[in-house]
Design a protein around this ligand. Structure first.
Ligand SMILES: N[C@H](CCC[C@H](N)C(=O)O)C(=O)O
Length: 283
């Protein structure tokens, strides 16, 4: 079958975006994997699928597949690309839309300066809901962050666990450039205390309104930026008393901005959304 797609990125986190409203799209995990392959396919960190809404009160359904072919709950950078795509394709004439993902409803808004701001909903902080198995590690203090010990080979790292719909484990490092992302990232992603695996964030605090961040993403490896990872890192940093909202997040692929007013409140993610090229592929 022929598949029309648009290649996009948000701060270097790159996507294949597919309109499943105006074309029939039904691919296997292996076919998604092949499309995302940077040698045998188009190449992307994630594939974003635009569908008609399945419930009342939302404008679209938004499905996300990692480059390993697995379908996941949320993608923050992808939400900005999604909003740009449906506007450019004439699927919506609204600047603000409501979008249903596997794990909740998010609300992207096209800004007049060309950026996109997304209401990502409130973070989920209870370990069991992330999900994180904290058994044997003591209690959880809802009022302040708990940095949980994780044994990674012969060392122990301390992570904050946060869900933005998808699971994140965030640790503070002195310098992201020398952080052991390539070695610790895969070990954290697959750690048995994360039954759904996890995105592993490495956060360097520059000042109370600025961090540098690298993320080894579940199902994709290190990406140049991770939107939900930026949200999770800022939430963890604020709860640990290290940061104050808003926070500038410097990722390797570009700059994001995160605002959060505290527990129970939504996280707002702002940043770029860029269309690179259109294409059609036989799959
Ligand atoms: N790898 C993530 C999905 C993509 C998240 C990221 N690209 C973002 O911008 O939030 C996961 O398996 O939960």
């Amino acid at each position: 079958m022929k598949l029309k797609f648009t290649k996009m990125h948000g701060a270097g986190n790159d996507f294949i975006v597919v309109d499943a409203i105006n074309q029939q799209v039904s691919l296997s995990p292996e076919q998604w994997r092949r499309l995302a392959d940077r040698r045998f396919g188009i190449g992307a960190d994630q594939i974003l699928v635009v569908e008609r809404p399945a419930t009342e009160g939302v404008d679209f359904r938004y499905r996300i597949f990692n480059s390993d072919g697995g379908e996941v709950e949320q993608c923050g950078n992808g939400a900005r690309a999604f909003a740009r795509f449906v506007s450019e394709k004439g699927l919506s004439s609204e600047r603000s839309i409501r979008v249903q993902t596997m794990q909740g409803i998010i609300a992207p808004r096209l800004e007049h300066d060309g950026s996109v701001t997304v209401d990502m909903g409130a973070p989920v902080l209870a370990p069991a809901a992330v999900p994180f198995d904290s058994s044997g590690l003591g209690g959880w203090d809802e009022g302040a962050d708990t940095a949980w010990p994780l044994d990674i080979g012969d060392k122990t790292v301390f992570v904050s666990v946060v869900s933005m719909g998808n699971p994140h484990a965030v640790q503070v490092v002195d310098d992201v450039d020398s952080a052991p992302v390539e070695s610790s990232g895969p070990a954290i992603e697959a750690h048995p205390r994360f039954p759904k695996r996890v995105n592993a964030g490495f956060m360097q605090v520059v000042d109370r309104h600025h961090i540098r961040l690298r993320v080894y993403e579940r199902g994709a490896g290190e990406t140049l930026a991770c939107g939900t990872g930026a949200c999770a890192a800022v939430v963890a940093g604020i709860r640990r008393g290290l940061l104050d909202s808003p926070v500038r997040v410097s990722a390797r692929g570009g700059e994001l901005s995160i605002a959060w007013a505290g527990d129970g409140q939504p996280v707002f993610l702002s940043g770029p959304a860029v269309t690179v090229f259109e294409g059609e592929v036989e799959i």
